[in-house]
Design a protein around this ligand. Structure first.
Ligand code: ZN
Ligand code: ZN
Ligand code: FE
Length: 746
């Protein structure tokens, strides 16, 4: 450097925040600093990465360009700041130890699917990690699921207990190696290994033998509980009808579709239609379950997804899953390893106790799972991805907010498909999917997830937001555990979550349709049209309420919704499959107002119509009857009648027309199409009666592709700008995000 004039030599400091840890950012900085002949240092701190470099002004300029343009593929920079410093005459470029004394705000990266380079090494007999089921690098492998604290260093992960061997340590410490500071770095000598257990906890086999015996067992029709990245999977041959039936019986899962894992993209293509967007999604580092329409499922047993034209399909994303499917050469069921209504198992002993009644064998490993994380589910909607269930690969990657949380806020979500959220500064972190809070195990997982947020981001929340429903377990947990709480109306939270997802400001107009949510007037809401103002909302319109005999019981029994609808129309319920005693009881409960709330729910309208036209008489899982309507709809242009009386949207003319169509023996598929046409005509009619151009479509009903895409089309044709969900689920999995926003608004 002696040839440089001191006045040409400058020193600059860079402060970079965002997702810049655990993805090879520091070695990348090291490489470009070396390339441009710069000296100084780079360091991870709790809020991101700090760099100081000195050298010629021109070199620093090109260094800065490279820094922004050539950053590692998974890096997301959301804050970039730089300034000049006094020269310090460093003589080399160094990667310094993490400084963990700072205030923690760094982004936690989600787990990433195995990268192509690692996969090549794993399949190379010459490589020292040949067939090693825990191979990873700075571009792939576990992150969130093994992390117990920030900053993301090996000591703060569940790999802390594994002492690196010399070759692994050499790679880990070499800034030019692609495994430099890959925190879960391991090999067969020093890292985790597999074991195959019998139900009695005997070790049947270990290492590669464990994997190959599991493959044999799968071929013979056995069910295996397999420990993956964020929890256990139950795995079984998807082509073996007897096995699939057995799994349904053992898991008490009547008709809810099972997710599938195919060996390769090519294998998926033989069974399913895949668009370019769907292919990208399947092959992305998040590797979610993607809902795909199937052709003729030659390799798949009929009871995988009864009555459903879609399969939930994913590609293997861990080295272990890849090795397993490479050997098996056919698709498997890969469903969450849990008992009905319980959260996914993460602990070996817990899995043994809870899954031994379902699985024949258990394939485990000794790398502990710190944070539970289910597979994500996504669907292409309106031409882009919509995350229906946010988990592995996405959570808890921050969503940037325009608003700044001056103090930390926790939101505990709703009841069904629960997630929790945490806000710090202008970042909102949404937890992975936890599930319905119906069991003590699920409630415990909900508390754990809330605790994990608080301890990971190291801030006690100053405010805890929850649903306005006083009986939700999440609401009770919030009020028992925290002092400063704030209730948020359910559908308002849905609308706010959709605004955040689309970066939309108030005022705007939202169509919020779902199964049920606690209203502010003692009724159950669910067919809502809300105008969102700068600091509040107005209930601009809603469906005509009808009685719901049995309340909660109606969620599982669509016939009860239909009964209530017909009652509101003074129609005899003879079309419904109730005995005369049952009819008598239901009428009594309505007339004497016993456990019969009034509801304006759109979801229950779907239920009622689905059972009236003979499609589905039982919801064995949420949305089953509504899905039957969506899937059966054929092409038809007709629209049924409806009426607007003030702010009440009257659906009774539509049901009257439907009853007429039933009497005329119009096929159910045509009625289903006309029903969808009518709902979207209603959306348009209500939109045209108000002033806002921005129309949000949110709530669980907008997981329905036919409803959503028809609504988008009609609204756009009429000059409106519709917005729908993208990263935050439209259903109750997104509530926690909306709750945070309302807490911020107050
Ligand atoms: Zn890799
Ligand atoms: Zn090693
Ligand atoms: Fe909801």
């Amino acid at each position: 450097m002696s040839n440089l004039q001191p006045k040409n030599r400058v020193r600059r400091k860079y402060i970079i925040k965002g997702a810049v840890q655990g993805i090879g950012f520091r070695p990348f900085v090291y490489r470009i600093a070396a390339k441009h002949n710069l000296h100084g240092w780079v360091q991870n701190n709790a809020s991101g990465v700090i760099i100081e470099v000195e050298g010629s002004a021109k070199n620093i300029e090109t260094f800065e360009e490279d820094l922004q343009k050539q950053k590692p593929c998974h890096a997301v920079i959301d804050h970039f700041e730089s300034f000049s410093l006094q020269l310090q005459n460093d003589t080399a470029f160094k990667i310094m130890q993490s400084n963990d004394t700072d205030n923690i705000s760094a982004s936690i990266l989600p787990d990433l699917a195995l990268c192509a380079t690692c996969q090549r090494e794993m399949n190379d007999p010459e490589d020292r990690r040949y067939r090693y089921p825990f191979i990873n690098c700075t571009n792939c492998g576990p992150r969130y699921t093994i992390m117990s604290a920030l900053p993301y260093d090996r000591t703060n992960t569940s790999m802390a207990g594994f002492k690196m061997c010399t070759p692994c340590r050499t790679e880990y410490e070499d800034p030019l190696d692609r495994r430099f500071h890959a925190q879960p770095i391991a090999c067969s000598k020093c890292g985790p290994h597999l074991e195959l257990w019998s139900k009695k906890c005997d070790v049947v086999a270990t290492h590669d033998k464990a994997l190959m015996q599991a493959v044999d067992a799968l071929r013979k029709g056995k069910i295996i509980a397999l420990k993956g990245l964020g929890g256990f999977h139950l795995v079984a041959d998807a082509g073996n009808e007897d096995t699939v039936q057995l799994l349904r019986t053992r898991k008490h899962r009547k008709t809810k579709p099972f997710a599938l894992m195919y060996p390769t993209l090519k294998d998926i293509q033989t069974d399913c239609f895949i668009s370019a967007e769907e292919e990208d999604l399947l092959c992305s580092a998040a590797a979610p379950i993607v809902l795909l329409r199937y052709r003729a499922p030659i390799h798949i047993a009929p009871s995988i997804a009864p009555g459903n034209p879609y399969f939930g399909v994913m590609l293997p994303y861990t080295p272990m899953h890849i090795l397993l499917l490479q050997a098996l050469k056919r698709p498997v069921i890969a469903t969450s390893g849990n008992r009905a209504n319980e959260p996914i198992c993460i602990d070996n002993q817990e899995a043994l106790e809870r899954l031994c009644g379902i699985a024949d064998l258990i394939l485990v490993h000794n790398r502990p799972i710190v944070n539970r994380c289910d597979d994500s589910i996504a669907r292409i909607m309106g031409g882009r991805k919509m995350i229906l269930r946010r988990g592995r690969g996405y959570a808890p990657f921050p969503i940037m907010m325009k608003e700044e949380a001056k103090k930390a806020i926790l939101a505990v979500g709703g009841h069904l498909k629960n997630t929790v959220a945490f806000a710090k500064g202008n970042r909102l972190m949404l937890s992975p999917h936890i599930g319905d809070l119906d069991t003590p195990e699920a409630c415990a997982a909900h508390e754990e997830a809330s605790e994990a947020m608080i301890s990971l981001y190291q801030k006690t929340p100053a405010l805890v937001a929850h649903d306005a429903h006083p009986d939700y377990r999440s609401t009770q947990m919030a009020s028992q555990r925290f002092k400063n709480t704030c209730p948020v109306q359910h559908h308002y939270a849905h609308a706010l979550s959709c605004m955040l997802d689309n970066k939309i400001e108030a005022p705007c107009f939202s169509v919020v349709w779902d199964g049920s949510g606690y209203g502010t007037n003692g009724t159950i809401w669910g067919g809502e049209f809300l105008t969102i103002t700068k600091d509040n909302y107005e209930r601009t319109a809603h469906f005509l309420p009808f009685p719901l005999p049995g309340g909660e019981a109606a969620i599982h029994d669509p016939r009860r919704a239909a009964f209530g609808m017909l009652y509101a129309m003074h129609q005899a319920p003879h079309r419904l499959r109730f005995s005369s005693e049952e009819q008598q009881l239901l009428r009594q409960s309505i007339e004497q107002n016993i456990n019969t709330p009034l509801t304006s729910s759109a979801g229950r309208l779907f239920d009622g119509v689905s059972t009236l036209i003979g499609l589905c008489h039982e919801n064995s899982f949420e949305g089953e009857a509504a899905m039957a309507l969506e899937f059966s709809a054929t092409k038809d242009k007709d629209i049924y009648g409806f009426a607007m009386n003030g702010h009440i949207l009257d659906w009774r003319p539509m049901i009257r027309n439907i009853l007429g169509d039933i009497d005329d023996q119009i096929p159910a598929g045509i009625i289903a199409a006309r029903f969808h046409n009518t709902l979207t005509a209603m959306i348009l009619a209500v939109a045209q009666r108000q002033k806002q151009k921005h129309i949000l479509l949110t709530g669980g009903c907008f997981q329905n592709k036919l409803l959503l895409e028809t609504a988008i089309e009609k609204l756009q044709a009429a000059g409106f700008t519709p917005f729908w969900h993208h990263r935050i689920p439209p259903g109750d999995g997104g509530l926690a995000a909306g709750q945070i926003l309302e807490a911020l608004r107050r």
